[in-house]
Design a protein around this ligand. Structure first.
Ligand code: BG6
Ligand code: MG
Length: 218
């Protein structure tokens, strides 16, 4: 097995706690559409693009899909609610342990990238003061297929000039772990073992993490 030289981070739910803002906004939309949207159902939306998420939401609500125009209107509405929250974010909104871990990895000369399905990744990175920190950022504006498709991670590796076999992905979404595995990368699941069972290692959060975790994967 090749030694890890690059680390690719998912953004929502790994670096920042925006996964809950996504859930709040989808839940509000579901409420308007007349049904309850559970946290368990929300797991399926993690890592998935905005439009695909909307389609899944309709499936959960057992509603027929509306016209393309209506789909765009509803997805925009959800995104406006979501953006109200992310526009209030500050550098204090980095999840516990993340800033320290990222600095430690950078000092140890690992290449660092973001691999996110979100079209709002640029806004979030600016709000938290990390827009110039990563060696590569691949987000929802640069991909055609969202997770579980491996495109986002393969593009990040390519931008870093790194073979996938030398990369590890940190992810909170089941779809993200699948995408990383399909890209032939090693995986660290951040969250519950129940959801992220097929990751190489699962940690509950990045609070007490340090670079030894990378050695464990080598
Ligand atoms: C992913 C989130 O990072 O981005 C998903 O896990 C979200 O929940 C997706 O749907 C797309 O995000 P956005 O910001 O482009 O609507
Ligand atoms: Mg995520």
């Amino acid at each position: 097995m090749q030694n890890i030289e690059a680390i690719i981070f998912d953004l929502d739910g790994v670096i920042v706690d925006t996964a809950r803002f996504h859930y709040q906004a989808w839940k509000r939309l579901a409420q308007e559409l007349g049904f309850y949207f559970s946290l368990e159902q929300n797991e399926r939306l993690k890592g998935v693009s905005r439009m695909e998420s909307l389609e899944l939401l309709f499936e959960f609500g057992e509603l027929p899909l509306p016209s393309e125009e209506e789909k765009v209107r509803l997805a925009t509405k959800k995104n406006d609610w979501y953006r109200e929250n992310i526009l209030k974010m500050t550098p204090n909104d980095l999840l516990p342990g993340v800033g320290k871990f990222l600095n430690e990895l950078k000092e140890a000369n690992y290449k660092l990238a973001i691999g996110s399905s979100s079209k709002n990744a640029g806004t979030i990175l600016s709000r938290i003061g990390y827009d110039k920190f990563f060696d590569a950022v691949v987000d929802g504006t640069k991909i055609t297929n969202s997770k579980p498709d491996p495109e986002v991670f393969l593009k990040a590796a390519e931008k870093l000039g790194m073979k996938p076999e030398k990369c590890v992905v940190f992810e909170d979404a089941h779809a993200g772990i699948e995408a990383a595995k399909r890209a032939k990368m090693r995986t660290v699941g951040v969250g519950s073992k129940q959801v992220l069972f097929d990751a190489d290692i699962v940690v509950p959060d990045l609070k007490d993490i340090n670079k030894k975790i990378i050695d464990e994967l080598n």
